[in-house]
Design a protein. Structure first.
Length: 452
């Protein structure tokens, strides 16, 4: 946050009766995330609706702390004033004992609804759903719908759409508020209906819902069950939060670590070590196979020590190309650009890309050997053959790295694993080991009868 705002808030905190009306909710939330020790005092001096909005944007760890340290009557007011989706998101992060205590602060109907939302699978649309919306009948007039919006709209999170239900509570259409405002008030709603509504299923995966929002450019969507009964709505703010969490999780996994449950600076040291150590141990054990591969080619190395000079160059090029490919494919899958059915098209592109990139790097490696040998003949009389060996190896290993990096995410997705688990370090380790086999295999063919 801006330094001036931070100084002003610090000065106000020193007053006997601090007032924060001049600050936006986002500014207060940023300040508290940086200075959590002031959380209780600021929340206590905010109006309930502002306190709820501020709490929503705080780090999860700070939210939990405030729920346990604020007076019970303040916590009760916060919980009661939250929208259903925000309340569900907060309660999902708390222990079952804390949840049991907090839901007692809610009116009976809200308590039943909240527990029902918590009963949906953790990553389902049901957890994001808000059961508050404007419902009408197809025979109602536009004026009736507008009057209902005016009557109940203040307590409902989103009124961009009204939802038309039949006598069995089934959703039959949704109508944009703009259409209501520009149509004659005496007109009936069935005259505006086209029955071409878009809806989410309550058990849909949250990532699937995010893709639907993005594809259809929607800010709110209704949620139905197997029978088409309207259960609630999901709004874009919850989808953006899901997208941010999923993107963060994927980036952590691509980097070769388990996803952090809290912001980096808020994660306890031992938890941070635990999250990182697992993958490092697995990758380290994988890299030990590199030593085994080199031991297998011990005779070739003894005859042509010069080959060892190019091992870092060779294996890093393969690992880098694999990391590039895996990152591109994982992100494309997350955006819904490709699926497993596109594997052959992806493979064809990566074969061509791998050959082109390998040829470029191979030419650079070959020229480097030729130019360097003209300055200092360290590669011996067979430097041309060594250059050809490096050129062909780079061609094959970059091609292999590109194929591994592109195909592994698709294969994992097909097997119902997280594609991000085929992280760049994992692909790099795999290509390192196999790269040595490719290198010495090519060297055996090219240098047979000369150095080998």
């Amino acid at each position: 946050m801006e330094e001036n705002n931070e100084v002003q808030i610090q000065e106000i905190l020193n007053q006997e009766n601090p007032q924060f009306d001049d600050f936006r909710t986002s500014e207060l939330a940023d300040f508290l995330n940086e200075h959590p020790e002031h959380g209780e005092k600021i929340i206590l001096h905010l109006a309930p609706h502002r306190a709820v909005k501020t709490l929503k944007f705080l780090d999860v760890k700070l939210q939990k702390k405030l729920i346990h340290t604020l007076p019970s009557h303040v916590v009760a007011t916060l919980i009661q004033n939250m929208h259903f989706d925000d309340r569900t998101a907060l309660l999902s992060e708390l222990t079952s004992e804390t949840v049991k205590r907090l839901v007692l602060f809610l009116p009976h109907d809200d308590r039943v609804e909240t527990l029902a939302l918590l009963g949906y699978p953790e990553d389902s649309v049901g957890r994001l759903m808000n059961p508050d919306y404007i419902e009408v009948n197809s025979n109602d007039t536009i004026q009736y719908a507008l009057d209902k919006i005016r009557k109940y709209g203040r307590s409902i999170e989103n009124i961009n759409f009204i939802y038309i239900l039949d006598e069995n509570e089934k959703l039959i259409d949704d109508i944009n508020l703009k259409e209501l405002l520009i149509a004659p008030p005496e007109k009936k709603l069935n005259e505006l209906m086209d029955r071409k509504y878009l809806a989410l299923h309550v058990n849909d995966d949250q990532e699937t819902a995010a893709a639907i929002f993005k594809k259809n450019n929607r800010a709110v969507l209704p949620v139905i069950d197997d029978n088409g009964i309207l259960l609630g709505i999901v709004t874009i703010d919850d989808i953006l939060r899901v997208e941010s969490e999923e993107a963060t999780e994927d980036i952590h996994k691509i980097g070769g670590t388990e996803a952090l449950d809290e912001p980096y600076m808020s994660t306890p040291f031992l938890e941070l070590i635990k999250k990182r150590a697992g993958w490092l141990v697995i990758l380290f054990l994988g890299e030990m196979l590199t030593a085994s591969a080199m031991a297998f080619f011990e005779d070739e190395i003894a005859k042509a020590v010069v080959l060892v000079l190019f091992i870092p160059l060779i294996i890093s090029s393969g690992g880098n190309s694999g990391s590039q490919a895996s990152t591109l494919i994982i992100r494309a899958m997350a955006l819904g650009e490709i699926t497993f059915s596109d594997w052959w098209r992806v493979m064809k592109r990566e074969i061509l890309s791998g050959l082109a990139l390998g040829a470029i790097l191979g030419c650079i490696g070959f020229l480097r050997i030729i130019i360097w040998n003209s300055i200092s003949p360290i590669y011996g009389e067979h430097y041309i053959l060594i250059g050809i060996t490096v050129w062909l190896t780079l061609l094959f290993i970059v091609l292999w790295g590109s194929l591994c990096g592109s195909m592994l995410p698709l294969l994992l997705k097909k097997l119902n694993f997280d594609p991000a688990a085929s992280s760049a370090p994992f692909v790099a380790t795999l290509v390192d080991v196999t790269g040595l086999v490719i290198y010495f295999g090519v060297a055996s063919l090219i240098l047979s009868g000369t150095l080998l």
